[in-house]
Design a protein around this ligand. Structure first.
Ligand code: MF3
Ligand code: CO
Length: 253
């Protein structure tokens, strides 16, 4: 069952997503050489207070593990779910992926962005540009009557020319009162397949793209996913609402 949001719920999703976008935007401006990822995490905590929301990541439980950070901060070859640490210092040339998931008034807003710190390698720059473009290609496929597979196929098609590794072990998702709801939204797949999109569905679309292999390995902390070959990874995400004639991006700052 994929929930359809009522008018009241849509407004509450809009507010949660606007808060998530503001937190991400403000946090992105703090990403400069010399700041630690623990410093960024602490800043995120403060920004959430200021923007009237709370972290949906902090205390999030998967199996026997509890996520200890307020936002996910993933550097370079880290794909997703990196944890802020005082001895991880942001440096010129790094890719810093920030994933901000907040709760406000009972609803979730989820968005992510990869920041290029100063001058990054041409390959890393291209990876970021193409991953953001893939997110927009996926969003362009959102309209009533289309299917989840149309989003997946559009993302995959936009990435094919670049020869990237599209992460398969993590996917986009429905979002609402919970961070992860139905449907799953893979970043690869066949057009015309999967559940039909209907007005009122809220979807988190989030291509995770690697410069090399799509394969990932999990760190000993149980959370941090990194690329198997050590090459960089990028991640862009918006929460969108399916409308009568297309999509409304709820996490535009
Ligand atoms: N946007 C991430 C996701 O959808 C957020 C994970 S929060 C964590 O998986 F607590 F699970 F890390
Ligand atoms: Co997400």
């Amino acid at each position: 069952m994929i929930d359809l949001r009522s008018a009241d719920e849509v407004n509450r999703m809009r507010a949660a997503c606007a808060a998530a976008a503001r937190v991400l935007n403000d946090l992105a401006s703090l990403v400069v050489p010399g700041i630690s990822t623990a410093g960024l995490d602490a800043a995120a905590r403060g920004l959430m207070l200021r923007h009237g929301c709370e972290s949906a990541c902090y205390g999030y439980v998967v199996g026997r593990l509890t996520y200890p950070g307020y936002v996910c901060i993933s550097l370079n070859d880290e794909v997703v779910h990196g944890i802020g640490a005082s001895d991880r210092i942001v440096a010129e040339g790094d890719l810093v992926s920030l994933d901000v998931v907040v709760r406000r008034d009972g609803f979730i807003g989820d968005n992510a962005r990869t920041i290029q710190v100063g001058q990054v390698s041409p390959d890393a720059r291209r990876l970021c540009q193409d991953t953001e473009r893939a997110l927009l290609a996926g969003i362009a496929a959102v309209k009533p009557g289309n299917r989840v597979g149309d989003i997946s196929a559009a993302i995959q098609a936009s990435l094919t020319p670049g020869g990237y590794g599209i992460v398969r072990d993590f996917v986009g998702h429905g979002v609402g009162r919970k961070m992860h709801e139905e449907p799953q939204i893979p970043n690869f797949g066949k057009a015309g397949t999967g559940p039909k999109l209907l007005p009122g569905m809220a979807l988190a679309i989030e291509p995770m793209v690697n410069l090399g292999t799509h394969k990932i390995v999990m760190a000993a902390d149980g959370w941090t996913a990194r690329t198997q070959d050590g090459k960089p990874s990028a991640h862009f995400e918006h929460t969108v609402l399916v409308t009568e004639n297309g999509a409304e991006i709820l996490t535009l700052a």
